[in-house]
Structure formats: C-alpha cells, structure tokens
Design a protein around this ligand. Sequence first.
Ligand code: G3H
Length: 539
Amino acid sequence: MSQFLSNVFPDESSIPSTIKINQPIEQREYLVNGVTRIWDGALNPVLSPVFMKKGNGYEQKEIGSTPMLTSKEALEALEAATQAYDNGQGAWPTMNVAGRIEHVEKFLNLMKEKRTEVVNLLMWEIGKTQKDSEKEFDRTADYIVDTINGLKNLDRRSANFVQEQGILAQIRRVPLGVALCMGPFNYPLNETFSTLIPALIMGNTVVFKPAKFGVLLIRPLLEAFRASFPAGVINIIYGRGRETVGALLETGKLDVFAFIGTNKGANDLKKLHPKPHRLKAILGLDAKNPAIVLPDADLDNAVSECVMGTLSFNGQRCTALKILYVHKNIVDSFIEKYCEAVKKLKPGMPWDAGVSLTPLPEPGKVEYLISLVEDAKQHGAKVMNENGGDFLNSFFYPAVLYPVNSKMRIYSEEQFGPVVPIVPYDDIEEAIQYMVGSNFGQQVSIFGKDSKTVGRLIDEFSNQVGRINLNTQCQRGPDTFPFNGRKDSAEGTLSVADALRVFSIRTLVAAKTSGENKEIIGNILRNRESTFLSTDYIF
Ligand code: G3H
C-alpha cells in the first residue's frame, strides 16, 4: 500500500456537513411524457470514487441508486417524444421561436435554484473538484443564456426576405425530429446540455439518457424539466446503455443521435439504426491531442500550460494533452520543471481547499493506468516524478513517463487519466507524422517562438485537426468557438451558434416576385396568418 497516499482518503467524520451525504439517495423517478414516473424495479447502485477510512481499511462510499429501466420504458419514452413531435405537426415543433425561448428561460431559472445540490453531486459522483464543479455548473448556465441569444440573432436574420434572380424567399431553420442525447461522464452536465438544450430550443423532441457516471446529479433537475416543457418534449431515462438506447436505435424512429463518448460506442449504436441515412449524428469522441514543445519555447509557460493541459481533472478531458513531444535540446529541463510543478499539485478530496488531484470514477481505471505504466517500463521508459504511479483504491498519482516510443501502448492509446508520456524528438517531422498517422484529429498545441517554424506547423496541422493552439493548452472554450474533430474524434461541429444549426435544417418559402405573390405574402405578414412566414423581430 502507498505510504505517500495513506492520508488521501478521509474518514467520514472529517467531511464538512454541507458536503456530507447522510443517507444514500434512492432515485426511483424518471420522466416520460410530462409525468414523473416512479420505478419499482431493480436499481443500479451509485458508487462514489471517494473511499472512506474505516478502522484499518477502506470502504467505497455508496451514495445512492438509480432506476435500472428496461427497453420497455425506453421505448415508452421514445413513443412520448414521437407523439410530441407528431411528424413535425406537434405543438413544440410548430411553436414560434419566442415561445420556445420562454420555456428554456423558465428551465434555466429553475435549474439555477439547484446549483448547490448539483455541484455537490458532481463532486461525489465523478470526483471533480469543487471549483471545477462550480465552473461546470456556471458554464452550463452561461451556455444556455448564450444559446438563447444565439437563437434570437439567428431568428432576427431570418426575419428578412431575400430576392435573387426574380425570386423572393424567406429562409428559416426548423427542427429535424426526435433526438437522442447522451453525454459523457467527465462533463455530465455541461457537455450533455451543450447538445440537449440546442436540440430542444430548435424544436426537436428529446429522449435523454444521462452518462454512465454523473447520473444522480440530473435528479434535482427532473422537476425543472417537467415543469418547463410540454409533455413528451423531454423524456429522461436510465439503465444499461445497450438495452435501453440500443432498443431506441433499432426502431428507426430516431432522427438525431447526439452522443459524446467513445468512437466504438458511437459506431456500435449508429449501426443499429435500420436507415442510417435518416439518422443525423452529432458526435464528440476520443482524442490523443499532442503538445509539441519547440527548442525555443518559453519553458515556464510551456510547462505550466502542459501541466494544466495534461492533468486538470486528472487528465479526464477529451481535450486533454495526452502526449508531449519535447525537443531533445530542452527535454531535460522541461522534465525537471514539469515534475516540480506536478509535485505542487495537491492530492485530496474534491471539496478540499486548493486540491487538484482527486480519485477516479471508472471502476478498473487504476488497474488500466498501472498496466500502461508497466508496459511503458518494459519498453524502456522510466517514471520521472517522485511518487509517480502510486495508487490507493481509486486514486492514481500522476506518472510522468520518459522516454516514450512507438512500441508502448501509451503512445497510441487514449489514457484519459493521469499518465503523462513524454517523447523526445530531434526532427519535427516525427511529431508531424505522429498526427498524420493517428486515428484521432481533435487538437494540437504548439509551444515556440520562431514564426517560420510555427507558421509551417500551423499549415501542416490545419488539415489534421480541428484546432491548433499556440503557446496554450488544448481546450474547448470559449464555447462560441467551433469545437470539432477529424477521423475518430468527432462528427459535426459544436459551438453556441453551430449547435443551433446542427439540430435544424433550413426550409424556405420562395415565390416569383410577381405583383400577385407580393400581395399574398404581404397579407400573410400583415394579418399574421403564418408562424413560419413572419417578419416579427425578437427583442
Ligand atoms: O471532455 C471534453 C470537453 O469538451 C473539454 O472541454 O476543454 O473546456 O475542458 P474543456
């Protein structure tokens, strides 16, 4: 057992009373067709990554349970969403934009009341630090506000008519149909809502299944969803993915599949749809983003960005830096500074002040990371940092591996955790070829000053990844920027504005600019005889 980590897990009595979960939360509620149903079947236990000291041992904290629904309930949820959409004739898809915005605003206000509860559950369920959990909640609320404003802008532009080649037209965005939204465990609120809210606000109806961990934290929001949207517009289900979600895809009744997770999961699920051409997929998937540290890089900046990039939320971000290419001339000083900076990161529980490193929620994850480190050692790498790779229960202390080469699993596998591979390079072509040959293509970070080299690398990478970060770590934000990827990393582009587009399609009304047509259109507008054809301006 690790001596270094022997004090990392608390005993129950030391947990602040505001954070403590005194009784396990037994969730039986789920939402179908505007009704909060109570499930009387089997429950799925929710285990926190936090272990408690008990005498001489440890006990994993069980914080509650969620309904283990079956394909039957999942299909009932789909039926409710299908009816609410009603082939595009339902109240929600035909509601005007201002009306839909009011519903989303109501939801946002109710959601904000649940901040403390949701933040607390984020800490307990996925081990995210309090600061980052609060940031996730607030970022999500801001995302909703920005989405509302984005839609207002879009609608204002659509209020115009265009005239081209003697044809008069009004072009608007309308919904696609019934959407399935599934988010990841590392951002169970933010990433899930970054597809769910745009899907809803554009007039689609939704079946939403929370992530595999970070499930209970949706419970405080169930009532807000129920109270804010018409029956069937949003349905929330729980249970095993393959059984529930698999059944939904097999029906062929889904029009949109919004999924943030692994490319394997996305592939397996997409294939189940009997008419794949009718399924629009919006996917955020795996990544293995490299940082390339050039010989003239500002080392202090490169180190501090790479520490954040590799280890914030223990490296469990799709945008995390997952491999560091460092030039041979500076690699020794880089490693020294990097390891010093890692040493300053405080291990502890999510609610501890100033904590950065926390336990990992996925069962078997520590064993997986150990196997990556062992494999790298067998192929010649060393753990460079003090206590690197120490572990206790669900806690894994960062392991900095050097020198890493292509024979090691860590070179190509997405670790999604606190193992940091450092590859020394002589010729920049080695780093370029790594990206060209990679199955992933999300982002890259370049650290350096020489504009000629940086300019060349920008051109090399612009056809490989979706974002090139200069002297800064990889990241998704600001959420108004396009977020996407190539190859196995993504399908479609998300951002506040792009998400409104991907969950909708443009439809237009076009007429020859004849006197008669102008009169008909004028009458429709003056007498407000159409919701679609309208010049109303949303303030
Ligand atoms: O896990 C993937 C997230 O989209 C990353 O977002 O770069 O803001 O942490 P972030």
